[in-house]
Design a protein around this ligand. Sequence first.
Ligand code: M6R
Length: 367
Amino acid sequence: EKAGFDHFMLKEIYEQPKAYRDTMMGRVSEDGRSVVLKEIGMTAEQIRGIRKVHIVACGTAFHAGLVGKTVIEGLARIPVETDVASEYRYRSPIITPDTLVIVVSQSGETADTLAALREAKRNGARVLAITNVVGSSVAREADDVIITQAGPEIAVASTKAYTSQLIAFNLFGLYLAQVLGTRDEAFVAEVLEAMHKLPEQVEAIIEQAPVLKQVADSISTHNNLFFIGRGVDFAVAQEGSLKLKEISYIHSEAYAAGELKHGTLALIEDGIPVIAVITQKDLYEKTLSNIKEVKARGAHVLGVVNAGMEEEVGKSVDELFVIPKTLQLLSPTLSVIPLQLISYYASLARGNDVDKPRNLAKSVTVE
Ligand code: M6R
């Protein structure tokens, strides 16, 4: 059932173009100019009544939520808070009937996420679930459900479920923008057009797997590394770092690029690998100065950049990985792919059980 692949994780990475297409299927109008989410039962009036959004999830799904925050705030201008589900209930969150709580869970069975959902409902909030499993507990108990059409995910390390969650967030963000009028039709059409190109662009990245294997082989000889980024790039950096730790057992930390000098820079020493995600035009100059800081201390820097930025960034890094050109808003759906492949090959190089990393389970049903 691995369809010729050595591991489920690799198969699932390769299935992402299909997962993107399937998650979009039936959710875009025929003329391609608007989002259609028939599964959302909220009326326009209810949507106009949303004063704030809480996004609650665990692990990789939480990292999708970090991107979701940027998407929803950017497109719909509604304030969004993000929480890991195991913390949410215990901080007495201010949940009011005009709060929309979005829970994100591949399996739909994660105990902490389910408990957060119940807490939200007890407080009168409306709950939207983004999940990959029809009929899961989360899907059954939420008021509205967007099913990510990633197909079954077997590897413990989540890949296609995460990227499908990003697609779902973009669709939902556009949907809110349509209803609220925060973005015009031309804008929505432009984003949808760019989204339709993503599957092919993911394929183009995957074709470069041999280059990423080389990067991973050299990383696999280290015991520590850093991922840095700003804005959504920081969210992607956090996901890249989790994936690497989870399956390669190499310690890494994700840092907001501008925070390094507030302590972490002390850990940068000769030869340490740093992976910098840089896809946002308006932020790249700032990140470049942070790259200079780590390079001055001997770091070896790989820059993951949007096409069109290779010249500006190329001079400041040791290696460059260029993702195909897309809108800044959508860049996480592409920039995470090389990080998934680097983790996969690093785990392989270390001789680990890629699909079943030690100490972990696919579905975490204890709190
Ligand atoms: O099924 P869920 O999406 O609720 O699972 C949440 C996390 O346990 C999960 O994403 C975990 O972090 C992954 N193994 C990461 O690859």
